[in-house]
Design a protein around this ligand. Structure first.
Ligand code: GLP
Length: 234
């Protein structure tokens, strides 16, 4: 596992460069994308680069990690809406090549991922160590499925909704096994509330109590940490 500790601005640039270089080398690259606040700076750098250097996303495909279950996909807080507003509409990506876990047939998404292996997966991490919406206790061999959100995750995400009651209770998420099949993974963690999960990932043992620790076994992970997220490391 490669670990880079720096200012967030610098990390956003570095992570974006990895994506841009891949897309330039392989115009039909398959990207695994995350929502949440962590990747926003990286996505902004992709947009600036696309405007300045015309990096071409015409043949790129994207697979998002997760989506709320009981929220219409055009809801302002759905991950479909998030991705359209934060990234897709600013690139020349074809929306037909952008995929999300299927609400009516989650297993189909895992099959689709087998046919289109992810070249580079962007990940954030929850304060409780979840990746995508794979909450603590999820078996490491899980594939795309319906999940109940942990109360701590609903509280973390309540900042995007008018109240905690409005935060969905369920989601559809790519499984841990699906994520591990990505050829390369970038994990982004910023802020003090990620420090414990990062300590478990880097200094702890692999345990399903902290789903992020599954990444210890992946052959090509780069972890991008700001100083706060790295503050509990040995
Ligand atoms: C969300 C998403 C995850 C994300 C994580 C961290 O609930 N389902 O994919 O990585 O929680 O979010 P943030 O980046 O806003 O801290």
């Amino acid at each position: 596992m490669k670990i880079i500790i720096d200012d967030k601005k610098q990390l956003d640039l570095l992570a974006a460069k990895m994506i841009i270089n891949l897309v330039k080398e392989k115009p039909s690259a398959v990207l695994g994308l995350a929502t949440g606040s962590s990747p926003i700076g990286v996505y902004q750098n992709l947009i600036v680069d696309h405007q300045n250097n015309k990096t071409d996303y015409k043949n790129v495909s994207t697979f998002n990690l997760d989506e709320y279950f009981d929220l219409p996909i055009d809801h302002e807080q759905s991950y479909h809406t998030f991705m359209n507003n934060i990234l897709f509409k600013h690139l020349n990506i074809s929306l037909e090549n952008t995929f999300f876990p299927e609400q009516d047939n989650p297993q189909n998404y895992s099959l689709l991922l087998e046919k289109h292996p992810i070249d580079l997966q962007i990940l954030g991490v929850g304060s409780n160590g979840h990746i995508a919406f794979n909450e603590p206790g999820t078996p490491f061999y899980s594939t795309t499925q319906y999940v109940d959100l942990a109360e701590s995750t609903r509280k973390d995400n309540a900042r995007f909704f008018a109240s905690l009651e409005e935060v969905p209770k369920r989601a559809v998420t790519m499984g841990l096994k699906d994520i591990m099949q990505a050829k390369k993974i970038i994990l982004l963690a910023f802020g003090l509330n990620k420090a414990e999960a990062i300590k478990m990932l880097i200094d702890g043992n692999k345990t399903s109590d902290w789903p992020v620790t599954i990444l210890k076994e992946h052959p090509d992970v780069t972890v991008f940490l700001d100083y706060e997220a790295a503050s509990l490391l040995k």
